[in-house]
Design a binder for this molecule. Structure first.
Ligand code: SAH
Length: 342
């Protein structure tokens, strides 16, 4: 699929097809504006016929809008896989939350994306496509004309379990001739695959790193996140220190509050202790409901109480606004099947 290619690789591709170089730039521009082959006016049909088999193919199966304006889209890819993505509107622009895998093999006990396990990795272009489609729906183009300004890798899948494609995606999405979204405006969320966190810093990336921590100690973490059997919190925090040292970027910790599991005042004290002295921020999120899972979130009032406690203990924290819950578009609610939500 040519959306996986950099501009340089597209030049090689058109050369192999025996086409002049400028066709490469035309194709690249059309891709970045998410044009269908029919919508391209400056390329003759004979050329279109040559590239047709490599041109991105997709179907918008579903587009739901939440009361709060959040949109959730289900895209069907060329092989009939289904990926869900979310569009969030903020004061400063639009953010797209992309999926990085079809399904997920991390097995977190509270997350819908893990139901059915991992089907396959998404390619760099398939991750980019989710943004391009929303950008087009908003009437945006490439470069200065783009409408989407921010990206979060927080949809279905574990980005660091699909490392090579994800870093190719990061390069594509920040291309100045394409969407030109800078790494400062991109957040990558991981359940904590320690060696890949270090590799991301070593490979020169400086996106905002977000860690799905969800527990103040390994015992609790192991009951809800199987990855905790592979890496300890101590190892994760040390990889975060490394990331901060290399990039200067403050790390964000996600903490979903689950009633009776990780949401006591004692849990907050322990959390504050392990994060003491670190340049970080904690996002508290009352767990969103997932019908197949029997875990329950705390109410927002309790979340604010726990947040206040963390702040008094010197840990920077906020309760995250939950968006798109009525369309199952909130954290942990994305899937690879067309669900019941309208
Ligand atoms: N696999 C990556 C990317 C997913 S991001 C990661 O684990 O970080 C999705 C975020 O939503 C993660 O922080 C995840 O732990 C969280 N999450 C999953 N299920 C949730 C639920 N039911 N309610 C609230 N947050 C949830």
């Amino acid at each position: 699929m040519i959306l996986d290619l950099t501009l340089g690789e597209i030049y090689e591709y058109v050369e192999k097809l025996g086409l002049p170089k400028f066709r490469g730039k035309q194709i690249f521009d059309a891709l970045m504006q998410c044009k269908t082959l029919e919508e391209i006016t400056n390329i003759p049909q004979v050329v279109k016929d040559k590239i047709e088999k490599d041109y991105p193919k997709y179907n918008i199966l579903k587009l739901l809008e939440s009361k709060d304006g959040t949109k959730k889209m289900a895209l069907e890819l060329a092989d009939k896989s289904i990926v869900e993505s979310v569009l969030l509107k903020y004061k400063y622009g639009y953010t797209v939350c992309v999926s990085t895998q079809v399904g997920c093999r991390m097995g977190c006990k509270f997350c819908a994306s893990t139901i059915g396990g991992l089907q396959r990795n998404l390619s760099a272009g398939e991750i980019l496509l989710q943004i391009l489609v929303f950008n087009k729906l908003l009437g945006g183009g490439s470069k200065d004309e783009r409408k989407v300004t921010n990206v979060v890798l927080m949809g279905a899948g574990e980005p660091l379990d699909n490392y090579e494609n994800v870093i190719s995606f990061l390069r594509l999405v920040s291309n100045p001739d394409g969407l030109n979204i800078s790494q400062r405006n991109i957040s990558l969320s991981t359940c904590g695959i320690v060696p890949k966190i270090r590799q991301l810093a070593d490979d020169g990336f400086n996106v905002t790193l977000t860690i799905s921590l969800h527990a103040p100690n390994d015992e609790i973490r192991k009951t809800i996140m199987p990855i905790a059997n592979a890496f300890t919190i101590k190892e994760i925090l040390s990889a975060c220190d490394y990331y901060f040292a290399k990039t200067g970027r403050r790390v964000i910790f996600e903490y979903s509050l689950i009633d009776g599991v990780n949401a006591s005042e004692e849990n907050m004290r322990e959390l504050s202790k392990i994060l003491k002295g670190k340049a970080c921020h904690v996002n508290l999120i009352p767990l969103n409901s997932v019908k197949e899972k029997n875990l329950i979130g705390v109410n927002r009032k309790k979340a604010y109480v726990l947040c206040g406690l963390l702040e008094r203990l010197g840990t920077s924290a906020t309760v995250r606004r939950t968006m798109g819950e009525d369309i199952e578009g909130a954290c942990g609610q994305l899937r690879n099947k067309l669900g019941g939500a309208r």
